[in-house]
Design a protein around this ligand. Structure first.
Ligand code: F6R
Length: 647
């Protein structure tokens, strides 16, 4: 990097995804939306539109951009998907522009509309801002600004911030470009809440200022061009060199240099990290949807999760990133796993693995519930916060709550540099590559695999025998091919999905390890097809759920040939007696199952604790094809966004 950049105590670090290192910092709660900004020699509009489409999973109710062309700020915004904005921008003949800021929105304050879409301008119209976050004290600030004569054209909290910066800009006596930075500093000091922002001003061509507190912001370092983005994956086509900005970092970017300073300290430390994703990792390629691509990536996902972590010699696993000594690992009395949605379901499988195979007491809780509970726990409890994005507000809040009480907290994250990864005492990275489809698929499989490795590690320090350890290792090694075998039956699964796609409701039943699979499969179906679906422990059927059984309500029974096979067969008979259609997920070679089910999906056999990994794969495909049959927007289901960074 050398003299090219103005730097404050720089640390150059080439970050490897293989690394188990976790980083440390502080943040508060965060919200969704996506930001991308560019300054450099290229025409900016295609770069912004491309970046927004890569960030669209973060929110997709409206989008907009501001560019600086011929010395004038030009703002274009459109309610709806990025495609609307692209069409809108494409219709206008505009002079070339080499810098701009843009935003895709998931509404918090103010309905989705052109007016509420970002960017927002100040009173002069010369200063524009895009913002991801919430200005919590925006109402008193707005009233004050209105009393001073400021006029607002939107219902957003962000517009208050633009006016605040504009006002501070008028008052600032700093020379040159520092005037803009100084105004931003002043305004940020007067707000409460969270922000990831990008700001530019007509009178400061070539300069974009970014800052963050509680909302992710990544600086992309190109060759003679610079970027800001909410997510590093949006930058992959342009640069693999990034700086994950920390809370209270403020950055000035120009085409040929950047500067990072702190809003709270005299100096800011940062690392330039190298993302080692394949260039096409965030592309859909030949697949119709990201979700399908990610389902098909799962053999690789498992390989990535276990690579370098299995230890055949010791019949164990090695998890360097946990940052715990063998003595500390042996001393753990209880494991508490926290997460939301799919991540929690993975944790539920993990808790059973830990109890059954590692002989450690383990439990799960909704991160959102745990935060507000009184939970007396043994001192030697250890927490795991599970989160693909590493930015889920509820999970982050729960992690902070556990840390406040003095517990050791580890993370299981996919997103390197994410807030949960930074704030954890250690953890395991998933190495799953970008997950763009809003419905989580490969992250689930990866998380369950990581819990398998943890079970192996802790189990071998307790009563698990070497032969059991070897058996688990061998099973792990076979998993990728077994997943490939399931994927090769996609047409059969698609036909079943088409047969049932028009039902009003579907039930999912499973026992023990497969109860969380029933929950996860039901969640997948709900999310992307909007069919009502619910998962239960199979044994609960007769305690009330059986009232739902009728010829129009199919039930998926996860029925591997394991220790509970006979019990599942009884459950199916109870359903059949009420004329309920049954789809069974069964073990390859189980012919008997055809006497009990209308449709059968086979999966290969593995050890019981890893069977859930195989069982979820066909059910992901079932949801995918049901949604496709119904014409749903698979990758961007209604009302959802990928990272739920609001509480
Ligand atoms: C389901 C889904 C969500 C997430 C949940 C947690 O398909 O995507 O239920 O699993 O919002 O997200 P992360 O793992 O990013 O914390």
């Amino acid at each position: 990097m050398g003299e090219k950049y103005v730097v404050f105590r720089p640390v150059l670090c080439i970050f490897h995804w293989e690394s188990d290192a976790f980083l440390g910092s502080v943040t508060d709660k965060i919200v969704m939306c996506g930001i991308i900004a560019y300054v450099g020699p290229r025409e900016v509009r295609p770069i912004l539109l491309d970046g927004l489409s890569r960030l669209e999973y973060r929110g997709y109710d409206s989008a907009g951009m501001a560019t600086l062309a011929d010395g004038q700020i030009d703002i274009q915004k459109k309610v709806g998907r990025i495609a609307e904005l692209t069409r809108h921008v494409g219709r206008k003949a505009q002079p070339p522009a080499n810098m701009g800021i843009s935003h895709t929105r998931w509404a918090t304050h103010g309905e989705p509309s052109d007016a509420n879409a970002h960017p927002h301008a100040d009173s002069t119209g010369k200063l524009v801002i895009v913002h991801n976050g919430v200005v919590e004290n925006f109402q008193p600030l707005k009233r004050r600004l209105e009393s001073e004569g400021h006029l607002f054209v939107s219902a957003t909290d962000t517009e208050v911030l633009s006016h605040l910066i504009g006002r501070a800009y008028e008052d600032s006596t700093e020379p040159g470009d520092r005037r803009l930075t100084d105004a931003i500093r002043t305004a940020l000091h007067s707000i409460k809440g969270t922000y990831g922002i990008a700001v530019m001003h007509q009178d400061h061509p070539g300069l974009i200022v970014g800052a963050r507190r509680g909302s992710p912001l990544v600086l992309g370092v190109g060759e003679g061009e610079m970027f800001l983005s909410s997510d590093a994956t949006a930058l992959l086509p342009y640069t693999h060199k990034v700086v994950y900005l920390k809370d209270f970092d403020l950055t000035e970017i120009r085409a040929d240099r950047f500067q990072i300073e702190s809003l709270t300290h005299d100096t800011a430390e940062y690392q330039v990290e190298e993302i080692t994703y394949a260039p096409d990792a965030a592309e859909r390629g030949e697949y119709a949807h990201f979700m399908l691509k990610e389902i098909y990536e799962q053999p690789q996902t498992i390989e990535n999760a276990i690579r370098g972590r299995l230890n055949s010699e010791e019949a164990s696993a090695q998890l360097g990133g946990l940052n715990l000594t063998p003595a500390e690992l042996r001393d753990i009395d209880r494991v508490i796993i926290l997460g939301c949605g799919t991540a929690l379901h993975a944790g539920m499988v993990g808790a059973q693995m830990l109890e059954n195979m590692a002989f450690v007491a383990a439990e799960t809780d909704f991160a959102s519930e745990f935060r507000f509970k009184n939970r007396p726990l043994p001192r030697n409890s250890i927490f795991f916060a599970v989160s693909q994005s590493g930015e889920t507000a509820d999970t982050l809040g729960a992690l902070r709550e556990a840390r406040r009480k003095g517990y050791r907290c580890l993370g299981i994250c996919n997103n390197v540099g994410s807030t949960i990864a930074r704030e954890s005492d250690g953890g395991m990275y998933m190495h799953a590559g970008p997950e763009i489809g809003v419905a989580a698929t490969k992250s689930f499989v990866s998380q369950v695999a990581l819990f398998g490795l943890l079970t192996l590690t802790l189990g071998r320090m307790r009563q698990m025998s070497a032969s059991t350890g070897h058996m688990i290792i061998q099973a792990f090694e076979k998993l990728p091919d077994q997943v490939r075998r399931i994927l090769s039956t996609e047409d059969h699964i698609a036909a079943i999905a088409q047969k049932y796609a028009h039902v009003h409701s579907m039930l999912f039943l499973g026992r023990q390890y497969n109860y969380p699979i029933a929950l996860e499969a039901a969640l997948k179906l709900k999310e992307i097809s909007y069919i009502h679906a619910a998962g239960f422990p199979a044994s609960e059927l007769k305690h009330g759920i059986i009232a739902l059984i009728d010829p129009q309500t199919p039930t998926v029974v996860i029925c591997p040939q394991d220790s509970l096979y006979e019990k599942n067969i009884s459950t199916m008979q109870e359903i059949r007696a009420r004329k309920g259609p049954i789809i069974a997920v069964a073990t390859e070679g189980d012919e008997e199952i055809h006497h009990h089910a209308d449709d059968v999906i086979y999966v290969p056999r593995t050890v019981e604790m890893l069977q859930p990994i195989l069982n979820i794969i066909p059910l992901q495909l079932l949801s995918y094809h049901a949604a496709l049959t119904l014409g749903r927007d698979v990758d961007k289901p209604r009302n959802l966004a990928k990272s739920v960074t609001v509480e």
